[in-house]
Design a protein around this ligand. Structure first.
Ligand code: PLZ
Length: 451
């Protein structure tokens, strides 16, 4: 919540969505910003905090998106504002590679402590998630002196050239933007809902298939890193069947492969744990983080085993802005908030409320001939429903878009995801008041009824 003037925690619609001022700004946007930079909901924000976004027309929308899993601590969280403001007034930049400052080191220490495993760790800071993933690959290659990188079906890792190559989905991320970097290999992931021989066989069969491809098509001895999201985000909130992640981690360990958990979307209390890989006790060699780390300021990190992190030669890692002092101050404020407000238990509570209500909605529409929820899934405040056509499991992206659109019109910000575009995903700020959570779910239910 804004430190200065707390925003009323209410949904309030005073114009159509988007309102006239937003529409005017949107037409300016169309004349000034390229079409490639899309907008889910062209409502122009003037203030945000807690569980709401206030727009330029005076509407107040319920936020089930957190700017794509970023404002876990809420927008303009008091500790983030206080620390970042103080840092802004002190100095804004020196470049850590030129004349360093404490904030960077303090963030690195926090990450070394908070990430899974009690081994000796190091952390390097960057600006974006994609940059963190790129650097994890650099580090793993330097350490192993191998080149191949293994990624998974439905995986998402960014929009830079290397990370586009690591990302599975063609449209909209890759189409026309190639050629992509070499030595990237994709293997199956344990997607229980769509596993052809059934969810109960999924973990073992998917792991066996992935390992066979690595052994037979790539050669395990050529693989520098396997990179996996412990719950796949853009791919549709796919929680790999239990046993899959440990099996891949174990295989990596046995073959000298660096196991990288991409926790950019799942990290920082989002799933009810500091990091989602803790759920199955998986300890990654490297972990990439961004998004929730700094309460909305751009910051990203690679954290991992000291001997791996130290493999890159002195001067081999860096960038002008990586670990910017204001972003670091914000991160310290965000982490402090996560601890003091016990956001892990808030996330778990959000999960309980959402899963129960969404399962009711699933039941209610089980016989609908227009819109069906095939699966309700997720952990903590990372929850989704996968929409299918009545009578089977065929993805229903049209109904998904229609439900999202209806939610938007009623002042509820929801996002879609999924390889097939048929997943509605819910990522509320972890500080959202419970009455807004309930109201958002009511709106969602009405949106289903209206399809
Ligand atoms: N890895 C797991 O979720 C970013 C992408 C939004 P950046 N996801 C949101 C979009 O359409 O561009 C993401 C992620 C995972 C890497 C990234 C990339 O993080 O900070 O967007 O570069």
């Amino acid at each position: 919540m804004s430190a200065a003037t707390p925003l009323p925690q209410e949904r309030r619609l005073v114009t159509a969505i988007p309102g006239p001022k937003s529409q005017e700004l949107q037409s300016r946007k169309l004349g000034a910003v390229p079409a490639g930079v899309g907008t889910t909901l062209p409502v122009y924000v003037s203030r945000a905090g807690g569980g709401v976004l206030e727009d330029v027309d005076g509407n107040s929308l319920i936020d089930f998106g957190s700017g794509i899993a970023v404002t876990n601590v809420g927008n303009s969280a008091a500790a983030v504002v206080a620390r970042a403001t103080e840092q802004l007034a002190a100095f804004t930049h020196t470049c850590f590679m030129v004349t360093p400052y404490e904030g960077y080191v303090a963030v690195a220490e926090q990450l070394n402590e908070l990430t899974p495993g009690d081994h000796d760790k190091r952390t390097a800071l960057f600006n974006s998630g994609a940059e963190a993933v790129e650097n994890a690959v650099k580090i793993a290659r330097a350490y192993t002196k191998r080149t191949a990188v293994v990624v998974f079906d439905h995986g998402y890792h960014g929009r830079t050239n290397l990370t586009m190559g690591l990302t599975a989905k063609n449209m909209p991320y890759k189409q026309g933007f190639g050629p992509f970097a070499p030595e990237i290999y994709r293997v199956p992931v344990a997607y229980p809902y769509r596993w052809l021989t059934g969810a109960e066989n999924c973990a073992a069969e998917a792991a066996a298939q992935a390992i066979e491809i690595i052994n037979k098509q790539i050669g395990a001895e050529n693989v520098a890193a396997v990179i996996i999201e412990p719950i796949q985000g853009e791919g549709g909130f796919i929680e790999p069947a239990k046993g899959f992640l440990p099996a891949i981690a174990e295989f990596a360990k046995a073959n000298g492969i660096v196991f990288v958990a991409d926790e950019i979307q799942t990290g920082f209390c989002r799933t009810g744990q500091w990091f989602a890989c803790e759920d199955e006790g998986v300890v990654p060699d490297l972990i990439t983080t961004a998004k929730g780390i700094a309460g909305g300021l751009p910051l990203a990190a690679v954290t991992g085993r000291a001997e791996i992190m130290d493999a890159a030669h002195s001067g081999g890692l860096g960038g002008t802005y990586g670990g910017n002092p204001v972003a670091c101050a914000a991160a310290l404020g965000a982490i402090e908030t996560m601890k003091s407000e016990d956001l892990n238990s808030k996330a778990r509570r959000i999960g309980e409320v959402m899963l129960a209500r969404l399962r009711e909605i699933q039941e209610k529409f089980a016989d609908s001939d227009r819109v069906r929820i095939g699966e309700v899934r997720g952990r903590g405040a990372m929850i989704a429903v996968e929409l299918v056509k009545p009578g089977g499991k065929e993805p229903d992206p049209e109904a998904t878009a229609a439900v999202a659109k209806a939610c938007h019109a009623e002042g509820l910000v929801v996002l879609t995801a999924g390889t097939y575009g048929n997943v509605l995903r819910f990522l509320p700020p972890l500080v959202i008041p419970e009455h807004l959570l309930a109201e958002g779910l009511d709106i969602l239910e009405s949106a289903f009824a209206g399809v």
